[in-house]
Design a protein. Structure first.
Length: 248
C-alpha cells in the first residue's frame, strides 16, 4: 500500500477504540511525512478551512473577553456607578446606566459625543456617567483638569457647559485659550485655572486612571453599558440595539 494512504489507515485504527487517542509520535517517519503532506495538500486545496478556523478562534476569544469583562464590571460596580465625583446626566433614575471614559482630544470621542447625547435624550430612561480619562498627552490632561475644576468649583450644570465646549475645541489648549473659554461660558477664569492643578483635581484623575487600569481600559472612548464593556466607538444605531437587548 502506498504511504499516501498510511495516515488514513492509522487514523481509522486509532479511532476504532474510544480509549485510544491519536499520537503522531506513534507513526513511523514515513507515515508521519505522508500525514503532514496530506494535511498540507488538503489545506492548499481548501484554504477556506483556515479562515473558518481563524473565525472560530476569534469567536472564542471574543466570548472569553466578554465573560472576563462582565466579571470586571461586577467587581468594580461601585467605582463605576457610584464613585461620588463623576458627573452624571440623563435620567438619574433610568433603568439603564451608560458610563463613558473620555478624552477631549480623542477623535472618536468627538465623533461619539453627539450620538451619545442623541441616544440619551431620545431614550429618556438612561443614566449617563462621564469618566475623565486623559491619555493623549498634555492637551488632554489640561482639558480634563479644566472640566473637573469647573465641576468642583461651579457644579454640574457648569461642568456640562465646559464638557460640551471642550469636546469641540480645535485649537491649542493653553492658559490663554482656557481663559477665553471661561469668559465665553461666563466663568471667572482665574478661579478655575488656579484650581486646575489642585490636589482635589489630581486625586479625581488618578482615581479614574486606577479604575481604567484595573478594567484593562487602554483607549477612548470606552463604555460600560449596564453589565457589558464596549471597547471603542459604536454608531448610534448599534448602541440603541444593545440598549434594547438589555431591556429585553
Amino acid at each position: 500500500m502506498k504511504h499516501l494512504f498510511a495516515p488514513a489507515m492509522v487514523a481509522l485504527s486509532l479511532t476504532a477504540s474510544s480509549a485510544l487517542a491519536f499520537d503522531i509520535d506513534a507513526l513511523s517517519d514515513s507515515e508521519r511525512s505522508a500525514f503532514r503532506a496530506e494535511i498540507r495538500a488538503y489545506l492548499l486545496e481548501n484554504p477556506e478551512v483556515i479562515m473558518e478556523a481563524v473565525a472560530v478562534l476569534e469567536q472564542r476569544r471574543e466570548a472569553e473577553q466578554a465573560n472576563a469583562d462582565v466579571n470586571l464590571v461586577a467587581n468594580n460596580a461601585d467605582r463605576l456607578f457610584d464613585d461620588g465625583f463623576s458627573w452624571q446626566g440623563g435620567n438619574p433614575e433610568g433603568d439603564i446606566t451608560l458610563v463613558e471614559f473620555i478624552d477631549y482630544r480623542c477623535g472618536y470621542c468627538r465623533k461619539a459625543h453627539d450620538e451619545v447625547a442623541e441616544l440619551i435624550s431620545s431614550d429618556g430612561n438612561i443614566r449617563f456617567i462621564v469618566k475623565e480619562y486623559p491619555i493623549l498627552g498634555e492637551a488632554s490632561e489640561q482639558s480634563a483638569r479644566f472640566a473637573i475644576a469647573v465641576k468642583q468649583k461651579l457644579g454640574d450644570d457648569a461642568y456640562k457647559l465646559a464638557h460640551d465646549s471642550l469636546i469641540k475645541m480645535r485649537g491649542d489648549v493653553t492658559p490663554k485659550s482656557l481663559t477665553k473659554l471661561s469668559k465665553s461660558l461666563g466663568f471667572e477664569a482665574d478661579n478655575i485655572l488656579e484650581h486646575m492643578n489642585s490636589e482635589e483635581v489630581t486625586s479625581e484623575i488618578n482615581t479614574t486612571r486606577a479604575l481604567a487600569r484595573d478594567m484593562n481600559i487602554s483607549g477612548t472612548p470606552s463604555f460600560v453599558l449596564q453589565d457589558e464593556m464596549l471597547r471603542g466607538y459604536l454608531p448610534l444605531e448599534n448602541m440603541r440595539a444593545i440598549v434594547a437587548d438589555k431591556r429585553s
